[in-house]
Design a protein around this ligand. Structure first.
Ligand code: ADP
Length: 307
């Protein structure tokens, strides 16, 4: 086998109370990627879309992740990666993570699954560092493991794949720019003990709700007392989007990653469609362009396609 194609999914990080630790993969949109072995021990990037992403491997998250993986082998060959992105960079639904995770999962298949999923997460984190300047795993972990993941620690890396019940996701992406650096700058440096206790109680309850399939508990636990109050100001109509989505029957939701996308979870696809209509009703009355996706939590993560 000398080439492998994959579909690498978008993902939601910072799941409400689970800032910097909880994430899940989406069934759509996905990037298409093909990784093939080349003779020289190097990485070549071929972009097949109009996003003008870097072709220097050190500057492209897929390239940086593959370089990190190659450094961990004593092979003399390298990889070429062809990328057709459908996840818009900077949308807050893990565009960079999809490239990093897709590349290493495909390359690992070419290496007869030499590396564990956890090792793949580490390589993909080296890729993510190129995009955000920080090694974080909350998007790449669900891409690699599938489903819902909790990153307990990044050093040493410790990822827990959570059991979860099927849920539908409505994601709205208002076409405005929220700089990750800006969204980081406004975060509180300190939090009160009262807020910290409410937050970690909610994380524990959310994990329990997911595992038991207790949708009411999931809904009650989707509260964020620390990050949402400051970051929501970066997203136009955030409160209206959230209130109308809840009124339409959503379990809850919040800012995806560092925005500008906003996601809502629903128990049924019918409710997820109603949430979509509610979101569309709000942004249609503004001058803001937007996309809305209705999709599901993706249990599989990066999907290897039959050759
Ligand atoms: P998202 O949450 O959508 O991943 P980020 O802001 O974290 O958004 O990442 C996008 C940034 O990463 C952009 O500045 C983009 O130029 C850079 N980047 C480098 N390589 C890639 C890639 N293969 N896919 C997506 N973004 C990339």
């Amino acid at each position: 086998m000398s080439e492998i194609s994959v579909l690498s999914p978008a993902s939601v990080a910072n799941v409400v109370c689970g800032f910097d630790c909880l994430g899940f993969a989406l069934s759509a949109p996905c990037d298409e990627m093909t990784v093939r072995i080349i003779e020289k021990k190097t990485v070549r990037i071929v972009n097949r879309d109009d996003f003008n992403l870097p072709t220097k491997p050190e500057k492209n998250v897929a390239g940086a992740a593959l370089l990190s993986m190659l450094r961990a082998t004593d092979e003399n060959f390298g990889f070429e990666v062809e990328i057709t992105k459908h996840i818009k960079p900077g949308s807050g639904i893990g565009s960079s993570a999809a490239s990093a995770a897709g590349a290493v999962v495909a390359a690992n298949e070419l290496l007869d699954e030499r590396f564990s999923k956890l090792e793949l997460v580490k390589f993909a984190m080296d890729g993510e560092q190129v995009a955000s300047g920080a090694r974080h795993a909350d998007n790449v972990a669900p891409c690699v493991f599938g489903g819902f993941t909790l990153v307990r620690s990044i050093n040493p890396i410790d990822v827990i794949r959570l059991d979860f019940q099927p849920m539908f996701v409505t994601v709205v992406h208002p076409q405005i720019e929220v700089k990750t650096s800006e969204a980081r700058k406004i975060l509180p440096k300190q939090v009160s003990l009262t807020d910290a206790v409410r937050q970690w109680s909610n994380v524990g309850a959310l994990v329990s709700g997911l595992q038991k399939g207790d949708y009411e508990l999931i809904s009650r636990s989707l509260e964020d007392f620390i990050v949402e109050p400051v970051r929501k100001n970066l997203i136009p109509k955030f409160d209206e989007i959230k209130n109308e989505s809840l009124r339409a029957g959503a379990l809850g939701g919040g800012i995806s990653g560092s925005g500008p996308s906003v996601f809502m979870l629903s128990e049924t696809s019918v409710t997820a469609q109603k949430v979509k209509n509610a979101m569309r009703g709000i942004y249609s009355k503004t001058a803001i362009d937007f996309n809305i996706y209705v999709t599901e939590i993706n249990a599989e993560g990066v999907k290897i396609l039959d050759s």
